[in-house]
Structure formats: C-alpha cells, structure tokens
Design a protein around this ligand. Structure first.
Ligand code: XIL
Length: 669
C-alpha cells in the first residue's frame, strides 16, 4: 500500500490499455491455457477437476526428506498416516495416548491444504497385547469406546473420513474373522464401533475398510456387502466403504467397477484406500482409476506410499514413483485416466488456473472500528490465513496521522463484521508507521511471522497467532534500503513487503510505486536473516501499470507460481494484473494481465449485494494452507480486498476503505 500519496484525490488521465507483454523478460511464449479445457499436471489437481481427491499413505518419519515431501505436496491432496493412527502407536498402554507422530502428519497436511483420512480405530492387527489379552466383554467394550472416542476427539474437525473398522472379515469367507473383538464382543462389535464413532465426531465420514473385496464374485465381498446393506436398512451409521486394492500384477478384477457401483447403490461413498499393484503395470493402474471415474460416488483414490522405496511391498515396486522420486509409466497412465495430460505432452504452461477470471463480490464485510485512541477512517491491506478453525485477519488502519496494524479473527465470513479489533500498537510492535502486513507460519521455526512496512521491511514473531499481545518488537530485514531500490525508486515509496519460500530459499518482494517489483533472497535455514541479491523482478515504464500490492503464491498441485500486482487503470480505479512462472525467481508470463482481461477489476466482478466499490485494491488470496509456501488452491479462488465508496474523495489517508471478499465464479473444477 501507498502510505502517503494522494493519488485517489485526482482522477488519473488516460493511462491507456496495457499491453499484455509489457512486463520484463521474454518468458516462455506458451499458448495461454483455455479456461474450459485446462488439464492439470498433477494427480491431486486433476482428480479435483471431477470432484475427487488423490491421496497417499505418508509416514511422519519421512516428512523431513525433501524428495519425499516435494512429491507429497505437489501430487497429493489427501493423506492417510501409514501407521501413526493405529492402536499400537496411539494407545500402547491402557489410557495412555500418544498422538505426536499423527499430529506431525495432520499439521503438515493442514499447512499444505491437504485433507486427511483417519486409519484406523478398530483392527485386529498392530494391536497392543494388553487389548488382545482382554477376555471380559464389559472391559473390552469400555476399552474400545474409550479408544475410539479419545482418538476421534483429538483429531476432531481435521479428518475427512475414518476407517472405523478395518479388515473384520475372514479371507475366502462371508463371515467375520476371529479377533479379540469378534471373540469377546460377538458379531455386534462392528455396529458398536460405528455408533460410538458417530457420537464422537458427527462431521467425519465413517468407513468400513478391507482388502480382497474388489471382486464382486468373492464370498468376502458378498459378506461385506450384506453387512453394509443391513447397516443402511437399520440406520446404523456408515458413510463409506474403503477398498484397499492391494493388487497383483494383473491389477483389479474385471468386476471391480461393478463392485464399486453396487456398493454405491446402497447409499454409501466408495473409496480406493490403499492402492498398490505388483510391478505397477500402467494398464492395471489405468483400469483401477477408470473403475473409480465411472462411478459417481467413488470419491477418491489413495495409493499406499509415495516411492517404491517407501512401500510395504517394496520388492514388488508397486507404486507410481521410483526410488529416486521419478515418475514411472504408471504415473502418466493414472494422470491420463483421471482426465489429465502427462507433462511430456502437455503445453509448457499447462496449468490449473484459467487465463481469464470472473468473480462475485460480497458486500463490505469489515469496516474500521475507531476507538478513543484510534481515530481511523479506513481498514486496508488485509492479510489472512485460515488456521485452527478460524480466519485470522491482519490489516492496516489509516488515519490522517498515519498507519498502524489491527488483528481480528472469526470462524465464518458472516461473523467478520462483528469480530473484535485488536490494535497491535498496544503491544511490543508499538506505535508509529507500521502498515501492509503479511502473515504466515514459518514451519521450520514453528513461529508465526508478521511482515510489514515501516520505511524498512520489518517483521515481528509470535508463537500463537491468536494472541495479539504476543508479537515481538519490530526488526528490520535490511540494514538500509538496497542500492538498486535507491537507484530506481524516483519519487515513489518503498512499500508492500512480501515473503514466500520454496524448499530451499525465501524471497522478499517489495514495490516502489514507480513501476518496479524488487526481489531479494536468502536460504531457508537463514531466514529471516541474509536477504541479499536484490534484483528487479518485474518492471513497467508506466508506473501505474505495475504499481504496488504485489503477491506471489504457489498454486497447489501445479508447478506454477502466480504473481499479482495492483495497477491503476485508465479510469483511475485500482485493479489487478496477473502472471505465472515455474519458479519464484523465474521470469513472469502474462496470465490475465490487461485492463480488458484483468485478474480482478470492477469490470469482471459482479456485486449481488450492491456495487459498493469500483476499486479492487490491495488484499490477499485465501490460501490452501498457512505456511511460508503461500500455497493457494487452483480452484474457486477467493481474494480478500479493500474497496471504497466510489463517491469518496479527499486525503488518501482518510478515505473510507472497507474489506470485501471476491469468489471466483469461472473455475473449471
Ligand atoms: C501396513 C503398513 O504399510 C506397514 O508399514 C506396516 O508395517 C503394516 O501395515 N492393510 C492396512 C494397512 O489396512 O494399514 C497396512 O499397512 C497394509 C494392509
């Protein structure tokens, strides 16, 4: 944001239409993707285009392996802990619960916008001896209830679907297998487990999960089918059936699709939950995916591990990535069967984002709340993360005497207007020029960072985002303004600092209200220190075309980064232009980058609640996660922005800015 410049006081004369190619470097001149036919280049993003997910089993101990986590976060949008939620980990001795390893995975998933399957609550295997040696029904019933309830409560709100009972049927038979649960509690133990689970977390889907139930003609399949039909007819809570799908080289049985659709017809979702196929033949994988794609209630597919070296069947090389993390032929077959285009044949810009955008805006959701010491006129420059069930919004507040920062949180946008405003100048951040905040969680240090402008680029840290008094005093990223900025800033202002990191480096962007976007970099392990090598990342000879409020995001499930920059249009109104790049430090290719094809401008926004603003100005996308990677979804983007009564005029600092929310209406997924 521009702190002092009275630009809004006068209408700017014709700035002219901006050429889409006006920005820097040549970039790859790939054909822009067509909004209606765009294919994704990763499994998760492509599955999302048909409303499905693509997941994997993951191990907490491997999250620190960067080859592993890079693939995990690029390709998969659902995670099942491979072992961390099993009884022998979570309740090794009676009443003593350990959720640490599973929490690591759940936190990773939340930070990267991935959903979770919970696996598993009641299973005869990986069961501690103290449970399997119980002989008395009253004790076992109580132990089972406590286990289900405690574990589900711990993860409440974070699990899409639970495998409540796993592998309860005997091989080659339509009867239950022998187990302590079956032997001590009898046939009713499955029903008891599901009823307990529903009471513990009514929002989670409850699945029965098993292997060798993919062939419709198998006795075991018929046994599980009869159970689900019985549960549905008697109102026993069950929402889904998981087909593990641990296949031999031949892949799925010919009747697999029939099995999926017959179960779905009982009124449950079906999911492929642990897919791996000996030797990973491409056709066998494609046939499995097609069976799911052909059944509307087949909601998603999970493979049982990332690389062959991660597999429990490692000798059979059954997965989609080889030991080095390279895609195997089966990977491309799966992507194609999901409806996508493998990278080798895809256009260079294959992207999940369209090349033109349409939005619908809310009314003004958040207005300033002046108090006796904050005589403010506007609330501006919002930064927002969704964390722990709440939106956390940081913003500038403006008055004729200058700028400071405010924090508010709420669980739902309908509550945004009534949230309490906490002024951050009451704590260690202090008074004086502090504006244009950016919030993110820096996972390597387990700390929240608030980045803001003070004349320098500054930051404060806090272990608890919800504690407005917990922020540290401002520190500067730079000893002084980097030379290249001093040499190019002209009559502009140094504003809108923005940090984003990939797996190796962090980058600090800033604008100068004079047509330049700057970028500095440091190592991930050095952050927040060491920002050097400041360069001009983008520039435009028309300063209004590349003005301020730049954001850079990682697009989930693609190899793309999105750059958006606020411009001032020929009508004097604020709007956004956009570019993409394959890397944060790469050159930027125009996406929707003109006045006539903008990212967001009053002209491509509808206002069902009334056209309260003609400016779409400084704000932030709602992210898929909340960490330093600044990952946004590729579908149904949302952008929290500042807007303004079109009739307002006067001093820029006392204009009545309000915050509203754009929701993309033309996403193809
Ligand atoms: C396997 C894990 O992959 C192994 O690491 C572990 O040693 C044994 O369990 N059916 C299931 C999964 O439901 O939990 C199993 O996972 C594989 C078979």
């Amino acid at each position: 944001m521009n702190p002092f410049h009275p630009l809004r006081g006068r209408r700017l004369s014709a700035v002219g239409l901006l050429a889409a190619t006006a920005l820097l470097a040549a970039g790859t001149a790939a054909a822009a993707p067509d909004a209606t036919t765009v294919k994704a280049s990763t499994l998760g993003a492509q599955a999302a285009q048909s409303g499905r997910y693509f997941g994997t089993a993951a191990a907490a101990g491997k999250l620190g392996d960067s080859t592993y986590s890079t693939i995990l976060d690029r390709e998969f949008n659902m995670i099942t802990p491979e072992n961390e939620m099993k009884w022998d980990t979570t309740e090794r001795s009676r009443g003593s619960f350990n959720f640490g390893p599973a929490d690591q995975i759940v936190n990773h998933a939340a930070a990267h916008g991935q959903r979770m399957r919970g696996h598993t609550l009641v299973w005869h295997s990986q069961l501690p001896g103290w449970v399997s040696s119980i002989t008395d029904a009253t004790t076992l019933r109580s132990v089972m209830k406590t286990h289900i309830t405690t574990e589900m409560n711990h993860f409440k709100g974070k699990i899409y679907a639970w495998d409540v009972v796993n592998e309860a049927f005997a091989d080659g038979s339509s009867q239950h297998r022998g187990s302590v649960f079956q032997n001590v509690l009898g046939n009713g133990f499955i029903e008891e487990a599901f009823r307990t689970a529903r009471a513990a977390d009514p929002a989670a889907k409850l699945c029965y999960n098993d292997y060798n139930i993919e062939d419709w003609n198998a006795a075991k399949t018929q046994g599980v089918y009869a159970m689900v039909r019985d549960f549905k007819s008697r109102g026993v809570p069950i929402d889904c059936v998981g087909f593990q799908s641990h296949f031999g080289t031949g892949g799925p049985p010919a009747s697999f699709q029939t099995t999926l659709s017959n179960f779905a017809a009982l009124g449950v979702d079906v999911q492929i939950t642990e897919l791996d196929i000996a030797q990973a033949p491409a056709t066998a994988y494609a046939n499995t995916v097609k069976a799911c794609m052909n059944v509307a209630r087949c909601k998603g597919i999970t493979v049982w591990g990332v690389r062959d070296s991660d597999s429990w069947r490692t000798g059979q090389k059954p997965l989609l990535f080889d030991n080095n993390g390279n895609k195997k032929p089966a990977y491309n077959a799966v992507l194609t069967a999901l409806g996508g285009t493998p990278a080798t044949t895809a256009r260079a810009s294959a992207a999940a984002l369209p090349s033109s955008f349409r939005w619908s805006s809310s009314g003004a959701l958040i207005a300033p709340k002046p108090d006796s010491t904050h005589n403010i006129a506007g609330i501006k420059d919002p930064s927002v993360v969704y964390y722990n069930g709440k939106y956390h919004v940081f913003a500038s507040v403006a008055s004729s005497s200058g700028y400071s920062l405010v924090y508010l949180s709420f669980s739902d946008w309908s509550q945004a207007g009534s949230a309490t405003h906490h002024y951050l100048d009451r704590g260690a951040i202090g008074t004086g020029y502090r504006a244009a905040p950016q919030i993110f969680y820096f996972a390597p240090q387990k700390l929240w960072y608030l980045v803001y402008q003070t004349g320098n680029a500054s930051y404060s840290t806090n272990a608890d985002i919800s504690n407005p008094n917990g922020w540290s005093a401002p520190r500067n990223f730079y000893a002084s303004m980097p030379d290249i900025i001093r040499q190019n800033i002209g009559g502009g202002y140094w504003v809108d600092m923005w940090v984003i990191c990939d797996s190796a480096r962090c980058y600090l962007f800033s604008s100068d209200d004079n047509g330049h976007l700057y970028r500095s970099q440091t190592g991930l392990s050095q952050f927040p220190n060491g920002f050097t090598n400041t360069v001009i990342a983008a520039q435009d000879s028309n300063k209004f075309a590349l003005f301020e409020a730049s954001n850079v995001y990682k697009v989930q499930g693609s190899n793309q980064y999105l750059l958006i920059v606020e411009a001032i249009g020929s009508d004097g109104r604020r709007y956004f232009r956009s570019w993409t790049s394959g890397s944060i430090a790469g050159s930027w290719t125009p996406l929707a980058a003109t006045e006539s094809n903008p990212l967001a401008r009053a002209t491509n926004v509808t206002f069902p609640a009334g056209a309260w603003t003609k400016d779409i100005s400084h704000g932030e996308m709602i992210r898929a996660g909340y960490d330093q990677t600044l990952t946004i979804p590729s579908c149904r983007l949302q952008y929290l922005y500042q807007g303004l009564n079109p009739n307002a005029s006067g001093n820029y600092n006392t204009l009545p800015w309000r915050l509203g929310l754009l929701t993309q209406t033309n996403s193809t997924c």
